[in-house]
Design a protein around this ligand. Structure first.
Ligand code: MN
Length: 258
């Protein structure tokens, strides 16, 4: 074992490095994305008891779980989008494990998103963040802090007659992060990595199209981003190894130096 890992274990033991859970609870109350009625909906979580210390299994408790791959805190693989469908290593079982781990860069736009639920991150916002915190390194997870995870009920999807209103990325920011910064992917606190109104954009859902077309990933429905520093965290986000999976619910952890 290298000294680096021994040091990490010692720091975890000492509490000088903390483990922050960026995952929301996953259950029947977890909200799912709403699509226009001509598209197939994704089911939420159903838990059915197989046995619970009863005649069906006297000493054990377990459940059958049913849900869409993109439910709760979840990972988007490149094969999720048509732009990434022919890329190599584009599904949850074929992405190299090394690519699930990377430094976190947290861009705090919580004030802007509170003032304007349709807020979109632009390359100018990224430049101003980099002027303060340094260049986003290749292989980083870029996490958009909007404080959206603090919302509950109808305020989370924030839909009205014109559809959902939640913050996201301008297509030029997605292209900048994917191509000019070579990130692993982006993470958000909202239900998907595109803005609520992105179905009406040109092209529709640009963050999905651009990121996945470039072999990048997405993380949706994160929480506790307000506990992360702008730089210096290590993000660990491995999806389930579903064969040909387009994504999966996952536990996302951040290691943070105290
Ligand atoms: Mn998704």
């Amino acid at each position: 074992m290298s000294n680096t890992l021994l040091q990490l274990v010692a720091d975890l033991e000492r509490g000088t490095i903390n483990v922050i859970d960026l995952t929301v609870p996953l259950g029947p109350d977890t909200q799912v994305i709403g699509l226009p009625p001509m598209f197939a909906p994704s089911p939420g979580v159903t838990l059915d008891v197989i046995s619970r210390y009863d005649e069906k299994g006297p000493a054990w408790y377990w459940n059958t779980v049913t849900m869409g791959e993109h439910t709760g805190t979840h990972f988007d693989a490149p094969v999720h989008w048509i732009s990434g469908k022919d890329l190599p290593h584009n599904a949850t079982d074929t992405i190299p494990a090394r690519r699930f781990v990377g430094p976190g860069c947290v861009i705090d736009v919580s004030t802007e998103s509170t003032a304007n639920p349709d807020f979109l991150l632009t390359p100018e916002h990224i430049s101003s963040w980099e002027a303060q915190h340094g260049r986003i390194p290749s292989g980083a997870w870029v996490l958009l802090r909007t404080d959206w995870s603090k919302r509950s009920g109808a305020a989370f999807l924030n839909a009205d007659a014109t559809g959902p209103h939640t913050p996201g990325f301008h297509k030029s920011a997605s292209a900048f992060l994917a191509h000019d910064r070579d990130v692993l992917g982006v993470g958000v606190e909202t239900i998907g990595t595109d803005a609520g109104q992105a179905g009406t954009f040109d092209p529709p859902f640009p963050n999905h199209g651009i990121m996945h077309g470039a072999g990048k990933f997405g993380l949706a429905s994160l929480c506790n981003l307000d506990q992360l520093p702008p730089t210096g965290s290590l993000i660990i986000a491995p999806p389930l190894k579903l064969v040909n999976g387009s994504g999966s619910p996952l536990r996302v952890l951040a290691l943070v130096q105290r």
